[in-house]
Design a protein around this ligand. Structure first.
Ligand SMILES: NC(=O)c1ccc[n+]([C@@H]2O[C@H](COP(=O)([O-])OP(=O)(O)OC[C@H]3O[C@@H](n4cnc5c(N)ncnc54)[C@H](OP(=O)(O)O)[C@@H]3O)[C@@H](O)[C@H]2O)c1
Length: 324
């Protein structure tokens, strides 16, 4: 079969023929029709991730068909364990260390597939799992966002960020965004956001606070020095959750603001099997349509990675694998 293989640090992924996997006990083989990129794949390709091994077929997200003809969406988080608060030590994400979805076939534990939501194409379904799950846990489980609350999503061009916005809108929240791009803010407004601000402008928080009145919930993936600005736009009692560290270590956070405003700051990663199923049901109930930024053939996976590395995307970048 054809696959995109990680062959070394900072080397392009290699589009090559590899042996088709054989499902072991408790596993099934999925013929992958579409896969999707996550920033994780770009970090791994650059060598900026723990436990990297060569060769590995990357890819956590996918949708396809099982040997008995079922159309499925893949749950990429394996061995979460029994504790809803955090994952077990044997937790793994598909696509490192085990071979992932950037291939014509992937083998996976039989319990890690769910029926593909009927309102989604394979490409849209492939765009959902990892980012949708991360957004669901951060917004709904961790921050307990509720109808009528004012929610800020930072870096709205990101895959997870867009799901967080769509889920918050579906809950009945008032949503605002930040971005490095005016065009992306405009697109978010067209999808239902009230407005946004460019996080690259100096001290954006002051004017934004005056305009919005502050936020009950903030979802962030960047951390870094911008985190201090996010804390400034919190309403008293706000919940702030981050699931990434794109901009590096947290800095510029005023402890006085955090304790005097009684803020709750959460870290969040992926989600449990129960949250994955709940996320799928939520997407079905609200007929949420994943935002697919671009679709590349599997053979052009490196161009897809470059688009993500440059932050050009608005939503998910998808790899189309087999003729549908
Ligand atoms: N813990 C987990 O379970 C988990 C799960 C998924 C992702 N992540 C992490 O979360 C991050 C985003 O992942 P993704 O897959 O959604 O990536 P992505 O689709 O590549 O999105 C990245 C977005 O981050 C935004 N961004 C970059 N620098 C920023 C800054 N200084 N301040 C605010 N926003 C900034 C940009 O938004 P604009 O284009 O709008 O400027 C960019 O589009 C990555 O670091 C990833 O590793 C963690």
């Amino acid at each position: 079969m054809k696959a995109l293989v990680l062959v070394g640090k900072d080397l392009p992924l290699s589009y090559q023929s590899v042996e088709k996997p054989v499902a072991g006990a408790g596993e099934i083989l999925v013929q992958v029709h579409a896969a999707a990129l996550n920033h994780r794949d770009v970090w791994i390709a650059k060598g900026l991730y723990g436990g990297i091994k060569y060769p590995t077929i990357l890819g956590s997200d996918g949708a396809g068909v099982t040997a008995d003809g079922k159309e499925v969406i893949i749950h990429p988080g394996m061995n979460w364990g029994d504790n809803p608060h955090f994952q077990s030590k044997s937790y793994e994400i598909l696509g490192l260390p085990s071979d992932g979805t950037f291939a014509e076939y992937v083998k996976i534990g039989a319990k890690y597939v769910s029926p593909k939501p009927a309102h989604l194409s394979f490409e849209q379904a492939a765009a959902l799992p990892l980012a949708g799950l991360t957004a669901y846990r951060a917004l709904i489980t961790r921050c307990q966002a509720r109808a009528g609350e004012r929610v800020l999503i930072s870096g709205i061009g990101g895959g997870v960020a867009l799901y967080a916005m769509q889920f918050a809108l579906a809950l009945g929240c008032e949503v605002w965004v930040t971005s490095s791009s005016e065009a992306k803010i405009q697109k978010a407004v067209e999808m239902g956001a009230k407005g946004g601000v460019n996080y690259k402008t100096e001290q954006w928080s002051k004017a934004f606070m005056a305009k919005t009145g502050g936020f009950d919930v903030i979802i962030d993936s960047a951390a870094g020095s911008g985190f201090g600005e996010l804390v400034k736009v919190c309403k008293p009692g706000a919940r702030l959750c981050f699931y990434g560290g794109t901009a590096g270590a947290l800095s510029g956070v005023s402890p006085q603001i955090v304790f005097y405003k009684q803020l709750s700051i959460f870290g969040s990663t992926m989600g449990s099997d129960i949250e994955f199923e709940a996320m799928i049901r939520f997407v079905e109930k609200h007929k949420i349509m994943p935002v697919v930024d671009a679709v590349y053939p599997l053979s052009e996976g490196n161009a897809a990675c470059q688009r993500m590395d440059k932050g050009q995307q608005f939503g998910k970048i998808v790899l189309k694998i087999n003729a549908l």
